[in-house]
Design a protein around this ligand. Structure first.
Ligand code: IDP
Ligand code: MG
Length: 132
């Protein structure tokens, strides 16, 4: 069965959105097979976001992602990588429609509540990165 790496970002935990977001994942029929609260460090964030580490917004992103714990998840289901990206909504908050997690909860481009792997290859790498 396909698996993806999902992470509820610090804003989701600070704002008490964990239950609502997990419900959406479960309501869709996906199975949460691993879950762990983790305080991330700068080095892991640099590795995870290597594709955008040279962007001007990266320092703000790193500060956000390390300011409190995240909920790291492995989620399983049919076509779950693409399906979770659809449930999440796009990166650009202006394009995130109501009904998607980001469309309903994200407050700005950085603080967008949830991470999800963008391909099955990335999912395998990210599951290893966060769960060993
Ligand atoms: P994704 O999370 O939708 O896969 P990525 O391009 O991989 O999007 O970016 C990772 C994270 O970096 C985003 O989820 C968001 O928190 C942050 N981010 C991306 N683009 C911007 C931007 O233009 N301004 C501020 N933060 C951004
Ligand atoms: Mg990404």
């Amino acid at each position: 069965m396909e698996q993806t790496y999902i992470m509820l970002k610090p804003d989701a935990l600070e704002r008490g959105l964990m239950g609502q977001v997990l419900s959406r994942i479960e309501n869709k029929g996906y199975k949460i097979v691993k879950a762990e609260l983790k305080q991330l460090g700068e080095d892991l964030i640099k590795e995870h976001y290597a594709h955008i580490a040279d962007k001007p917004f990266f320092p703000e992103l790193a500060a956000f992602m390390t300011r409190g714990p995240v909920l790291a998840l492995v989620v399983e289901g049919d076509n779950v990588v693409e399906g979770m990206r659809t449930l999440m909504g796009p990166t650009n908050i202006k394009e995130a429609q109501p009904g998607t997690i980001r469309g309903d909860f994200a407050t700005n481009m950085t603080e967008n509540v949830i991470h999800g792997s963008d391909s099955t290859e990335t999912a395998q790498i990210e599951i290893k990165r966060f769960f060993g």
